[in-house]
Design a protein around this ligand. Structure first.
Ligand code: TYC
Length: 104
């Protein structure tokens, strides 16, 4: 005779589930401007956000046409690092590109 009781297992599992909190997530977005080159924005999307060339081009054109576009959704520290990396690269290359984050 086994001691296994699926009811007990389930209640233990759901108690554990309730204690695990998902971290808050942040949208990282690029803003359009008239001076940053399309090539630079695509490079940023490929190297900082690991997009394929095709996806990077699609996101860049969406930002160019609509004014803003989402690059990805990340936990706070990852989002903050990406925003800082984008703005550092942009300034180093003489572009005014803006990258912002907001809570999901
Ligand atoms: N609008 C820019 C141009 O015509 C291109 C651009 C796209 C700039 C996306 C910023 O986030 C941006 N050169």
């Amino acid at each position: 005779m086994s001691n296994y009781d699926p009811e007990v297992e389930e209640s233990v599992d759901s108690e554990t589930d309730q204690e695990v909190e998902e971290p808050p997530m942040y949208r990282v977005m690029l803003l359009n401007d008239d001076y940053t080159t399309m090539e630079f924005v695509v490079e940023v999307l490929v190297y900082v956000f690991q997009k394929s060339l095709e996806e990077a081009t699609r996101i860049m054109l969406n930002v160019h046409r609509s004014g803003v576009g989402i690059c990805g959704i990340y936990p706070y520290e990852v989002a903050e690092t990406k925003v800082n990396t984008v703005e550092t690269l942009a300034r180093e290359n003489g572009f005014p590109l803006k990258c912002i984050m907001e809570r999901e």
